[in-house]
Design a protein around this ligand. Structure first.
Ligand code: AMP
Length: 219
């Protein structure tokens, strides 16, 4: 299974990042989060980070070309034959086309796309409960995945913070971007016979069980 090439698709706050990390460990896949990659650039104050910081703060999508370059480079940097989970990429139809083309150039293709389906009101509740580690980026949830010590990361001990783009007014923009630009990918991948659906409204452990079955069913 360590060679599977997967996409986790879903609105912000559906828990796909948490599941991407769990599944990566379980199946020996590389977790490739586009949001984490961009946040690292912003934190490092790199030229790319400076280019995308404002767009990310507003909750809008960065350009297809920029994110595609970042993600194809991440895929190409993996050891030969290593599978991966793309979390947060692609988010538009042009990105999905560019990903297909990029994979085809190295003789690879996707095995499955897992869609994390969830109601809007649950998304808002999940985001309100979310904090992330200022050091390693690990994600916590007050109800489902609380840290062992309040305000501190279990993995690295650094302080937990709220993501600046988790503010209510920015979340509204992110959800709108999801509906308008990303949701069409559900049909896109369904038409290609790649789509698997999970009910992301359940608890993280229950969602995990669904995702494991979906991945194991790929064979
Ligand atoms: P995320 O952590 O996946 O919610 O991403 C945080 C922010 O990074 C998004 O609101 C966008 O500004 C940017 N971003 C991440 N992935 C993409 C993508 N595939 N296309 C465009 N912008 C992205």
């Amino acid at each position: 299974m360590s060679a599977a090439r997967l996409i986790f698709l879903g609105a912000p706050g559906t828990g796909k990042g948490t599941q991407a990390r769990r599944m990566s460990e379980r199946f020996g896949l590389a977790p490739l989060s586009s949001g984490d990659a961009l946040r690292r650039e912003v934190q490092d104050d790199s030229p790319l980070g400076r280019r995308v910081a404002r767009t990310m703060e507003r909750g809008e999508l960065v350009s297809d070309d920029v994110i595609t370059q970042v993600m194809l480079a991440a895929i190409q940097g993996l050891p030969a034959g290593k599978g991966f989970i793309l979390d947060g990429y692609p988010r538009t139809v042009p990105q999905a086309d560019a990903l297909n083309a990029g994979l085809a150039r190295v003789g690879a293709k996707l095995d499955a796309v897992v869609d994390f389906a969830i109601a809007d009101d649950l998304v808002l509740a999940r985001i309100a409960q979310r904090s992330i580690c200022s050091g390693c980026g690990a994600s916590y949830n007050d109800e489902f995945v609380p840290p062992r010590t309040a305000g501190r990361c279990d993995n690295c001990g650094k302080a937990l913070t709220r993501r600046p783009d988790d503010r209510a007014e920015v979340v509204a923009t992110r959800l709108e971007a999801y509906r308008r630009q990303t949701a069409p990918l559900i049909e896109y991948y369904e038409a290609r016979g790649l789509l698997l659906r999970v009910d992301a409204g359940a608890s993280p452990d229950a969602v995990e069980a669904q995702v494991v079955s979906a991945i194991e069913a790929i064979g």
